[in-house]
Design a protein around this ligand. Structure first.
Ligand code: PXP
Length: 249
């Protein structure tokens, strides 16, 4: 039997910047958090540069790119401004996410099917700059087909609806959501896409997702930064690393 493909852990440091920005100044520094996360077993760092710069700011992205020894994944909206920044900075990867100014977090995936033209142009420009591009989408066949038509090489499946169903104790909805994720991962992998997943994951849910062999990367932020308040960031990342490695094997 062949051994399972290892699963990568991307640690999202946005909320280190959220805490910093609550007071202004430079502390706590998302770059320092990224270095700790990498030392504790993260395979890469993710940061979302939002249009309103509510957490990560341009200087954070530039410093993350300059200092990190592991890949940087820039989450961004498919706007001319963000595509321009990404093409100039050339992170290892970009994940295109939907963004509405008033939302608290990224709610739901992209409407890849409804925004084909805009997304195809953004993907083409980013890929042309040597950036690996993923689309953050719901676990739906139509969205995966659209991602293929848009020529993205990677999708990230939005796990938020599943995590929400579990958190509210809705077992039937959670089971249905998990089955959607499982099917979507298989469909995308069969179509030749690289499959990632993320949003709302904790130690238990991340381990469960890691059991799906088609998924090769998880991006996790809010829970880890929250746990860091209690246990420290290094311990939180190490515990997550161990959980997803256990899930994979
Ligand atoms: N993946 C994507 C594309 C996201 O937009 C986010 C949230 O910024 C995450 C993963 C991480 O979600 P969470 O912070 O809930 O772990």
């Amino acid at each position: 039997m062949s051994s399972p493909v290892p699963i990568r852990l991307g640690v999202n440091v946005d909320h280190v910047a959220t805490v910093r920005n609550a007071r202004g100044g430079r502390h706590p520094d998302p770059v320092k958090a990224a270095e700790i996360a990498i030392a504790a077993g993260a395979d890469g760092i993710t940061a979302h540069l939002r249009e309103d710069r509510r957490h990560i700011v341009d200087d954070d992205i530039a410093r993350l790119k300059a200092h990190l020894k592991k890949p940087l994944n820039l989450e961004m909206a498919a706007t001319a401004e963000m595509v321009g920044i990404a093409c100039k900075l050339r992170p290892h990867a970009a994940c295109i996410v939907p963004e509405r100014r008033e939302e608290r977090t990224t709610e739901g995936g992209l409407d890849a099917a409804g925004q084909c033209e805009v997304l195809r142009a953004a993907v083409s420009e980013l890929a042309g700059a040597g950036i690996r591009v993923s689309l953050f989408i719901a676990a739906e066949a139509a969205q995966i087909e659209a991602a293929i038509a848009i020529r993205a090489s990677v999708i990230e499946i939005h796990t938020g609806a599943w995590c929400d169903a579990l958190a509210t104790g809705n077992a039937a909805a959670a089971a249905a959501e998990f089955e959607r994720i499982r099917r979507a991962a298989a469909q995308a992998k069969n179509a030749g896409l690289e499959v990632h997943a993320g949003h709302g994951l904790d130690y238990v849910t991340a381990k469960r997702i890691a059991e799906l062999g088609e998924i090769v990367e998880l991006n996790i932020g809010h829970f880890l930064i929250g746990e860091a308040i209690f246990d420290g960031l290094e311990a939180a990342v190490r515990t997550m690393r161990a959980a997803i490695d256990r899930g994979r094997t």
